[in-house]
Design a protein around this ligand. Sequence first.
Ligand SMILES: Cc1cc2nc3c(=O)[nH]c(=O)nc-3n(C[C@H](O)[C@H](O)[C@H](O)COP(=O)(O)OP(=O)(O)OC[C@H]3O[C@@H](n4cnc5c(N)ncnc54)[C@H](O)[C@@H]3O)c2cc1C
Length: 500
Amino acid sequence: MIDFDSFLKEYREKLANIFKKEHETNSDALDRGICQESLSTILSSKPLAAFIEREHGGFGGHTGEALSMLEASSYESLPLSLMMGINGALFLQPLANYGSDEAKKEVFDRVINQGKMGGLMITEPDYGSEALKMQTSVQFNPNEQYYAVKGTKHWAGLTGMADYWIMTAREKNGQGELTRDISFFVHDSRKGGIEVEEYYNNLGLYMLPYGRNQVDIKVPESHKLQPKGTGITLMLDLLHRSRLQFPGMGMGFLRRMMDEAMTHCRERLVGGINLLSYDQVRSRVSKIQSYFTVCSAMCNFTATNVPLKHNTAKMDVEANAIKSVLTDYMQKASQSLLQLTGAKGYRLDHIAGRSTVDSRPFQIFEGSNDILYQQITESIMKAMRKMKNANLYEFLKDYHLTTNASDYFKEVLNFELDTKMPQRKLVELGQALGRIISMEFTLKLGEQGFNKQLIEQAIINVQDEVTSILTQFKTTKLSDVVDYYQEESSWFSLQKQPAI
Ligand SMILES: Cc1cc2nc3c(=O)[nH]c(=O)nc-3n(C[C@H](O)[C@H](O)[C@H](O)COP(=O)(O)OP(=O)(O)OC[C@H]3O[C@@H](n4cnc5c(N)ncnc54)[C@H](O)[C@@H]3O)c2cc1C
């Protein structure tokens, strides 16, 4: 096996060729799926080996390497990077940490040497954000020694395409009722039992198939994942590890947004000068550069602090902050690029238009950002109660994820937190906290020698953002939904009859 650096070089070149050719022939943007030839060429470089330990034939399972493979993928194609990310964080890594030797040996070998892929099924039509209430059930058959799993799952990435699935279900007790804990199983698609009832017309991410599946499978005992505590803790470890690795997918994407924005704004002349000469344009491009810098800092954090074997179940604040702030930045960067490229960008086959629809669901899946921001605030408030400290600045200056960054916000943070606040305020505060934590990572990256100017500009932009979020947070008037909005709400009926 070649070394990782040689792999990465070859992989980058290969992707650049494939996607350049597809763009020139306009064959990628409007087609769903990925052509078999391109997929086989990509997988022949063995990118998924970046997630697998050396003893199983991989590059070693080093987090930094996995992130740089995701980065190389997302520079060329965000959907491709998501495909790799799904395989890594939602399938191979949970298998590495919780699977039996028998399952690992067989699966890793086929993934590396035969280009096989895997995904994860959690979401159900009636239970998305509330995944713990899933209705898919599992019962053990003691005579034949297998688990029977039945239910309906939807929106799993690689629907109808994955060779393996990690399937989630709740066990039934003696009375036939579903118990609280979640169990995880590795299912080999060759055994059948997962029928795609409908393929969805997803708005973006055309490369990835999604749909609704009827599940009725039998899984041998050896293919049940073995949690070290409860299944719910396993699920937390799985989801947090995945969220912590989102910056790998964000990294290449944001670098691409930055490259595209800089090139376009240097070349496009409006009013006799290039776009980059306009102050408003410079503000937009500067923000895209800051998103790039903050994402680099997040990669640095995850690569350093999240080795494969480290249990991330308790890293809720780090994981939720990284996932929600980064995915907001990805969407904002693509929206800005679309604005800057004008009508040209509003084409599904233009990088700006495509990136806008492709990055949007990152704010929804693996924890809706609204919910994650609320959870960040709740975790911080819990820690504040424990420390018996009600002043936000006083707490954050001693908190391990905000020690240095909090100094940049001393004035706006210096207040007593009333813990009884409406949900929207929990969300707003979470948005601010997530960005302050991201600033901490950015300061750390700066200390390590990253481009000084990029760090300085990122600090200005994040400071600006946090200050404006906290100003909004401190306003007390709360708008509310008008239930009977149809009454007297037609402007036209209020028009005076024209005089005859
Ligand atoms: C492109 C894409 C890829 C996906 N990939 C996978 C996958 O590989 N495997 C898998 O299992 N699933 C996957 N999903 C499913 C995804 O994880 C769910 O869509 C997500 O968990 C949200 O569930 P839901 O769609 O049922 O929305 P709901 O749970 O109905 O939530 C919708 C919205 O309601 C609001 N909301 C919900 N609860 C609250 C609350 N408590 N407080 C305030 N607001 C709230 C939020 O704005 C939320 O975004 C994917 C989805 C998409 C779009």
